[in-house]
Design a protein around this ligand. Structure first.
Ligand code: ATP
Ligand code: MN
Length: 460
């Protein structure tokens, strides 16, 4: 049965037989809400509450699935809604059950004080082409595990979407309860490393270095926390599975010491990965069906979604946060870019010298009007050389850059007089190198060091 919306629709009920799902696409402005009338149902692993309306976020595409049968009611407009009984949910939940058994074994091994390796729970990496349902499967595996009392760590390596913080980052966060249908992944304590671009091909070496930093930090955390260690990780990846994309997947499997590789929807990728890791008997490469419900998204939608993620960081998912605007003098901050970009041309080097590119080199950049509308990251680093290995405290969005160019004449002016007119002139000519930004919290920046990026968001 299919119904397409777009205009106002009256509240309607769907009676779903066991193992059926209602697939809904919400319009950019919503609003759409859902209510459980009878039975039990879940959205990507998180159960609908027994009572009350739940808003389904604008732009989202969801499946309301029931294991044992349910009646649900929709209220509001949708782009499309239809039910289906062809889902891979049984296979997915069986996969979850296998992972769960491994977690229990790891916990038991930790209690007995055995070898460290035995106390490591599943480190699952989910791979597959674009729009194969990777992010959705990650959510389900995390929510089902959390429902059972585990606190698995969600690792998101997809810099194109940035489901934990913003695009351009790789992050990790513990998932302590099923992922909230409205609020999404909890934002309280993410561990985030900033790459600064939505595409890894701009500087794959930096991407690899950051993955290594994140993996090492997580290892350190796990060594002091046997529960997290036993719960393991669910690692989400990009949909780029060819060429360099494939190489980066292999790199991620190795760096995070993944022991389960779930391959969604592509036989060829499954075979390639299976062959690539065959010398390592402790890695299982498992092929899983893709859901027909996964909605394809074009590059324009993805670009828009990146913008929305940045906006949500500052304004909240429900537009319920108010960011703080602030101004700093150019001299109060130092902005760096990671990577020297392209290597120097041979002609620019002394005779006989070989061009060497240092992809992880830190380059100080001048603040310019080009930075307006871009995102800058605020690292925890105290010194510039710590930037690459440092995770970030948060982000700011540049709203204005004021560069006063003085003429020679004005530059030579001295302002000994402190009358209002002269101090005004002084501020006009000498002190107008200012950067205005918004930040999620008030007060001074926690660091003078900032990392530049190519991520933009236009308020309009
Ligand atoms: P990408 O390669 O872009 O990261 P992906 O493989 O992670 O894509 P998802 O983000 O999981 O794919 O799914 C794509 C879209 O389809 C999402 O908006 C998701 O909510 C939606 N979706 C997934 N499964 C279903 C389903 N069974 N019914 C309806 N929508 C679904
Ligand atoms: Mn995804």
């Amino acid at each position: 049965m299919a119904a397409a919306g777009g205009s106002a629709q009256a509240p309607r009920q769907y009676k779903l037989a066991p193992q059926r799902e209602l697939r809904v696409e919400v319009l950019p402005d919503g609003p759409l809400r859902v209510r459980l009338v009878a039975g039990t149902a879940e959205i990507f692993g998180t159960e609908l509450p027994p009572e009350g309306w739940v808003p389904v976020p604008p732009r989202s595409k969801v499946a309301i699935f029931t294991w044992h049968g349910a009646t649900v009611e929709l209220d509001g407009v949708s782009e499309s809604e239809y039910t289906s009984d062809e889902t891979p949910m049984v296979i997915y939940v069986n996969t979850h059950a296998i992972l769960d058994a491994r977690r229990s074994r790891a916990r038991a091994a930790a209690a007995q004080g055995g070898v460290l390796e035995a106390s490591q729970g599943p480190r699952v990496i989910v791979v597959g082409p674009t729009d194969s349902g990777k992010s959705t499967l990650c959510k389900m595996l995390l929510s089902w595990a959390a429902k059972q009392g585990w606190k698995p760590t969600y690792v998101d390596l997809d810099i194109g979407q940035g489901s934990i913080t913003i695009p351009g980052c790789i992050s990790a966060t513990p998932i302590e309860k099923p992922i909230d249908i409205v609020d999404g992944i909890p934002l309280e304590m993410p561990l985030t490393y900033f790459y600064g671009h939505p595409n890894p091909s701009i500087n794959p070496d930096v991407y690899k270095v950051l993955m290594k930093e994140l993996a090492q930090t997580l290892d350190k955390q796990f060594s002091g926390n046997s529960e997290s260690r036993a719960a393991g990780m669910i690692i989400n990846t990009m949909g780029w599975v060819e060429g360099l994309g494939y190489e980066l997947l292999l790199n991620a499997i190795e760096t995070f010491e993944a022991n389960v590789v779930l391959v969604l929807g592509q036989e060829k990728l499954w075979k390639m990965l299976k062959d690539a890791v065959q010398s390592k008997p402790n890695i299982d490469v498992v092929k899983l069906h893709k859901s027909e419900g996964v909605v394809l998204r074009n590059p324009k939608y993805r670009q828009k979604n990146r913008s929305f993620r940045i906006k949500e960081y500052f304004y909240g998912i429900a537009n319920d946060l108010a960011p703080h605007s602030n101004v700093v003098n150019f001299s109060d901050v130092s902005v760096y870019k990671i990577g020297s970009g392209h290597q120097a041309p041979r002609s620019a080097l002394p005779i006989g010298a070989e061009p060497v590119a240092d992809p992880t080199r830190l380059v100080a950049v001048n603040i310019s009007t080009d930075m307006v509308h871009t995102v800058l990251a605020v690292p925890y680093a105290k010194e510039p050389d710590e930037i690459i290995s440092s995770n970030v405290a948060g982000f700011i969005h540049v709203t204005d850059v004021d560069i006063q160019r003085y003429t020679n004449n004005q530059e030579n002016l001295t302002f000994a007089c402190l009358c209002i007119r002269c101090t005004y002139l002084a501020s006009m000519f000498h002190f107008r190198k200012k950067l205005t930004y918004i930040a999620p919290c008030p007060g001074d920046l926690p660091s003078k060091l900032l990392i530049a990026s190519s991520l933009t968001w236009y308020e309009a």
